[in-house]
Structure formats: structure tokens, C-alpha cells
Write a protein that binds this ligand. Structure first.
Ligand code: GLY
Ligand code: MN
Ligand code: MN
Length: 489
């Protein structure tokens, strides 16, 4: 007896030990997600139901899928990171087949063979224990859910993109969506013309999610700060390690190594590492220039994703450690634009003012440098793209579970986390003197909006041109690493 108790305790402690080792313990808690569901329920109109679906699994090639990433709304409301799942949130308590509930989750059923290959699934019991749902079902039983959707005044959901593959798995996302469409009488063609046809609504939910996700809670801020610090350390380490003749790919790898070193699970978006003219392509993700050149600038826009939350940080630095005269003039102008916006940023300011501040500094500066003739629209706007010729993008967006996060774009509010990211990109052949060509500069930082101002969250990575040059003269722990030459025979 004594022996068996000891064995039981050993087995139990091993199980507990194994569980704590298996996954990080700093994910958001089930209590956080539950409170977010409550917050959504409070916003929902009377007698309504909201339904969310997990992200699809995407095929990469043949029998290989892309690494799975949960839909951020679904994650925000559940913490569930598995595919083929659906969530229903009801405004009011429901009574169905003897069960009472105001929310339901449908998750994948257990499957010993699939779990052998892909790891354990939560299952419906796990959904109760780990996600905190009172009632959960296996996805294949969604079909049989005995719920009359016509009784609701509103059925809220995001419209479908019709880009989900059907698989042989019963209750997969394809089935869940098809069954939902059938249950609510959804017809895509009618709906896109007349979204408020009967009780279906494809707009309200996005408004609520923008309101909720755009203002961060203290738990989210912990994770965002971590993602941002990790990304800034990546920039710092690369500033020290960078040398001409490295490839863009290697530089990307150094950043991403730092992310992984701190156990960030993903990059929040495809990393952008572009030297010289490549840096002028706004979302350049090829990152395949074999040898960056002495005298070039390199633009590096990378964000670590930590427990779902992503940073978005850009630094532009001289490959050889020293800005040329023209590079420094452009760099310092972008810095001035960014700082002017940061100085004005505080709760109550209209979002659009931030862009206006940066654009005014950039346009006036470019006139002073002789790159624009004047700040008149005709001199500044590229007639083909309709955008500012050398500053062709917006300056600011929310970050969070998405790099371009859900959020309201009216007026800044306390605890929003946003980027300020002006840039100037003068590609080869631009209608200005050749000495300005191949200069791409973006400086992108992440800020927490406060009552009286904003807090710079990505300040671990220097932003001023002289501070960057100083840091670049230091050695990195990457500086002396050597790998064997490979024989190309
Ligand atoms: N990294 C994408 C962006 O800056 O918006
Ligand atoms: Mn950005
Ligand atoms: Mn960015």
C-alpha cells in the first residue's frame, strides 16, 4: 500500500513536472480570456449571439502545412490555439437540451493517431479545465446543435472569405462554416448586397473587437513590453554585429536568433531586411541580397511575437558603421519627424494629427534639401500612386495580437499601443540628384499612449544617428562566430 502510494505520488509529480515543462507558463490566463468574453457580451445588442471561427490550416506544399497561427479574435476570446474550432457567445443565458450556458466552444475531438503525429489535443474536457468553459462540445457535434438561430434579433459574425479547404476530418472548419451557413440561412450573394438581411450582421462585431482590442489591459501590456524589448535587443545586437559583405538573409537570421533566444514563438510578420535600393520596397521580404555593400544603408523592420503579442520596430543603419553626409541628412529628418509626432502624442489627440505632423516635417525638410521644389501638392504627390512621393505610407497603427492590430482610429486613448513610423525612400532613378538615390530610411518605434503623453517602449534600441554610430563600433557576441566553409562541389 505504502509502495503504491509512493508510486502514485511519483507518477503524479512526474505528470505535473511534465506539464509545467511542456509549455510556457506566461500565456494569458483563462480568467483573462473569460473577462474579455464578458466585455464583448456587455457590448452586444439585446437578444443576440456572436460566433467566431478558428483560423484555417494553410497548405504550404504537398502534405506540409504552414505553422498554424490562431485567428487573433478567437485567441483573444478563448486562449485556444488549435484549429477547427468555433465559439458562440450569447447575450443571454440559453437553455438547450437540459444545458444552460451563455457561451459554447466547439473543439477538435481526440484522435490517437493524429495526436501521435501532432501532439495532444485539448479535447472537450480540456476546453473546460484549461480554457474555463462551462459547456464544451466536440466540433463534429456542431451539426446537431439544437439551437434556433432565427429566434435571435441579431446573429453577429465576420463575413467569410471562402478560402477554407475541405478535409476528410469530420467537423473540420469547412464543415463548421457550411453548417453555420445552413443553420442561419446565409447566402453569400444576397448577404454582400444586403448585409442586414433578416437577422444576420457582419459589421457590428468588428466594431466591438476594435473597441476591445484597441485598448490594452495590464496583462496584455506585460506581454507587449516583452515582445518589444526582445525586438529592440535584436536591433542592438545586429547594430554591433553588422559588417559589409554579410547577406540580408544572415542579418535576418541574427535578429530572429535573438527572438528565439528569448523564447518568442514567431515573427509577428515576415521580417523586412533591405539594403540600398531593396530598402525602398516598403514590404520587402525576399531578404536575399547575398552581400550588402560598404556605403549602403540597411533597413530592418522586424517584430518578435511573444505569447501572441507582436512588436513592430524598424531601424535603418549604415552598413559600414558611419552615415554618409546625404544619408545622415535624410536620417536626421526622419528622426525629427518621428520625435515631433511623439512629442504631441497623448490621449485625446486625433490619430490623423500624428501623420500630419510627420508629413509636415518631412515635406518641409525635403524642400530645404532641394529634393522637393515646394510643399505644394503637385510637387509632393506622385500622380501614379497618389501617395507622397518619398513618404508613401501612413505613420501609425495599433499593435497587439496583430501587427496591424484591431483598434479605433478616431482619437488616441490611454493604454493604446501604437507605432510611429515615418520614412523617406529615394530609390534609384528618382527625379532628384543622383547623390540622394538608394537612400531608404524608416524609423519605427512602439509607444504606449498615456493621459499626458506617450511612453517610448522600444527605446532599448538607439534611434539617434550618433548613438547608432557609437553602438556600431562595439563588438557583439555574434562578431567572432565562425562556421565551416561548405564545399560547393
Ligand atoms: N512592419 C509593417 C509595418 O511597419 O507596418
Ligand atoms: Mn508598422
Ligand atoms: Mn514595421
Amino acid at each position: 500500500m505504502k509502495f503504491s502510494i509512493t508510486i502514485t505520488l511519483l507518477v503524479l509529480s512526474n505528470l505535473l513536472f511534465a506539464q509545467t515543462l511542456e509549455k510556457p507558463n506566461d500565456y494569458l490566463t483563462s480568467d483573462f480570456h473569460k473577462k474579455r468574453r464578458e466585455a464583448l457580451r456587455t457590448k452586444m445588442p439585446q437578444n443576440s449571439v456572436a460566433i467566431f471561427f478558428a483560423n484555417p490550416v494553410r497548405n504550404r506544399a504537398n502534405d506540409v502545412s504552414y505553422v498554424y497561427h490562431q485567428d487573433p479574435n478567437f485567441f483573444y476570446l478563448t486562449g485556444h490555439r488549435e484549429p477547427h474550432s468555433a465559439l458562440l457567445i450569447f447575450k443571454d443565458e440559453q437553455l438547450v437540451d437540459g444545458n444552460t450556458f451563455n457561451e459554447l466552444i466547439f473543439v477538435r475531438a481526440h484522435d490517437a493517431l493524429m495526436e501521435l503525429y501532432e501532439g495532444a489535443r485539448l479535447g472537450k474536457e480540456g476546453a473546460k479545465e484549461q480554457l474555463g468553459f462551462k459547456v464544451s462540445f466536440e466540433s463534429p457535434s456542431f451539426e446537431n446543435l439544437n439551437l434556433d438561430f432565427s429566434k435571435f434579433e441579431k446573429v453577429l459574425f465576420y463575413d467569410f472569405n471562402n478560402d477554407v479547404r475541405n478535409t476528410t476530418e469530420k467537423g473540420d472548419l469547412y464543415d463548421l462554416i457550411s453548417q453555420f451557413k445552413q443553420k442561419v440561412g446565409y447566402q453569400q450573394t444576397n448577404l454582400s448586397i444586403e448585409p442586414d438581411l433578416n437577422n444576420l450582421d457582419i459589421k457590428l462585431l468588428d466594431r466591438y473587437m476594435n473597441e476591445l482590442r484597441g485598448v490594452k489591459t495590464k496583462e496584455e501590456l506585460v506581454l507587449l513590453r516583452k515582445a518589444i524589448n526582445i525586438s529592440a535587443v535584436g536591433q542592438v545586437e545586429v547594430m554591433k554585429a553588422l559588417e559589409p559583405n554579410m547577406s540580408e538573409t544572415e542579418i535576418q537570421g541574427l535578429h530572429e536568433f535573438v527572438f528565439k533566444k528569448y523564447q518568442a514563438e514567431f515573427e509577428g510578420y515576415p521580417s523586412i531586411v533591405g539594403a540600398g535600393n531593396n530598402g525602398c520596397v516598403l514590404h520587402y521580404i525576399d531578404n536575399h541580397k547575398p552581400e550588402i555593400e560598404d556605403g549602403e544603408l540597411i533597413l530592418m523592420d522586424l517584430g518578435a511575437e511573444y505569447r501572441g503579442y507582436t512588436a513592430d520596430v524598424t531601424r535603418t543603419i549604415p552598413v559600414n558603421g558611419k552615415f554618409s553626409k546625404e544619408q545622415k541628412l535624410i536620417y536626421d529628418l526622419v528622426y525629427e519627424a518621428q520625435q515631433a509626432a511623439a512629442d504631441s502624442c497623448k490621449a485625446g489627440l486625433p490619430f490623423s494629427t500624428l501623420y500630419q505632423i510627420t508629413a509636415n516635417v518631412v515635406n518641409e525638410g525635403l524642400v530645404e534639401l532641394g529634393i522637393y521644389k515646394s510643399t505644394n501638392r503637385a510637387d509632393v504627390i506622385n500622380s501614379e500612386t497618389g501617395r507622397n512621393r518619398y513618404y508613401p505610407h501612413g505613420c501609425c497603427h495599433h499593435i497587439g495580437l496583430d501587427v496591424h492590430d484591431k483598434g479605433m482610429y478616431g482619437v488616441l486613448e490611454e493604454n493604446m499601443v501604437i507605432t510611429i513610423e515615418p520614412g523617406i525612400y529615394i530609390s534609384e532613378g528618382s527625379p532628384t540628384e543622383e547623390r540622394w538615390w538608394k537612400i531608404p530610411v524608416r524609423i519605427e518605434d512602439d509607444y504606449l499612449v498615456t493621459k499626458d503623453g506617450c511612453e517610448l517602449l522600444s527605446g532599448m534600441a538607439p534611434r539617434k544617428s550618433d548613438e547608432i554610430e557609437k553602438l556600431m563600433s562595439e563588438k557583439s557576441f555574434f562578431s567572432n562566430y565562425k562556421l565551416p566553409e561548405l564545399d560547393d562541389k
